[in-house]
Design a protein around this ligand. Sequence first.
Ligand code: PXG
Length: 288
Amino acid sequence: MKVFFNGELVDQDQAKVSVFDHGLLYGDGVFEGIRAYNGRVFKLREHVDRLFFSAKAILLTIPMTHDQVCQAVLDTCRANGIRDGYVRLVVTRGPGTLGLNPFKCVNPLLFVIADKIQLYPPHMYEDGMDIITVATTRNHQNAVNPAIKSLNYLNNILAKIEAVNCGYEEAIMLNPAGYVAECTGDNIFIIRGNSLLTPPLEAGALYGITRQTAMDIASKLGLSVSEPNLTRYDLYNADECFLTGTAAEVMPVVKIDGRVIGSGKPGPVTRRIVEHYKDLTTSSGEPL
Ligand code: PXG
């Protein structure tokens, strides 16, 4: 496998990160997870935009232009013959001293891995997922703002541990005010009548690329789309529920905290959104 590393494509065993890299020592860096479908990289510009916004928020200078980063993603996919796959794009603060000060790191590191991913068992896309709310709250926006897709994912990992320990694949995280924020690696949506609802970004949701795509699809289908604060009561009493993420795609949810959602099967509106999402992923994107 070829990895784009420090400006060039190298063999994977040449792609080695220093133990002094602050990405490793402190989780100081940002990343993106991007998908390729049918020989096209889906929503590449949107992902690279978000990478630059995350980097700006942590005062990290990406050592390449926006266009160069897009090109590096395409080159890495091509070098590995990827037509359907998953890209991990990472920028770390780079090697520095054994101290927090990021200004002592002078060479940020950018690398791109193009590989495969299977996040959830395939039957869950048919049967729907059963999820729970966990005790770990989403980071406060004045701590590590959840809008930053940083290498510091411990907040989400702690929630994931709770979910997996209880036998679940995914968990709902509330924000410090008690409203629904999102899941550990996915955004959350409910359908109520003709309305699609999802927590606002300020509730602690990541600006998900799939989230935006689902909202666009729902508008085209004639649903009213809004972003109100949601409580668990709203989730329990929804007609339908689903999760979105680049890796997860659109995942129906049929049970939350033991409460059956709607009919207990993936709902008709969710199924239509899934179909439209599949059409979009296979017909749009930057060609490889
Ligand atoms: N919320 C969080 C916290 C995420 O990390 C999403 C929502 C969905 O965003 P997109 O833009 O992908 O629609 C994410 C992204 C994994 C994994 O291995 C998950 C994500 C990214 C990379 C890896 O579970 N989720």
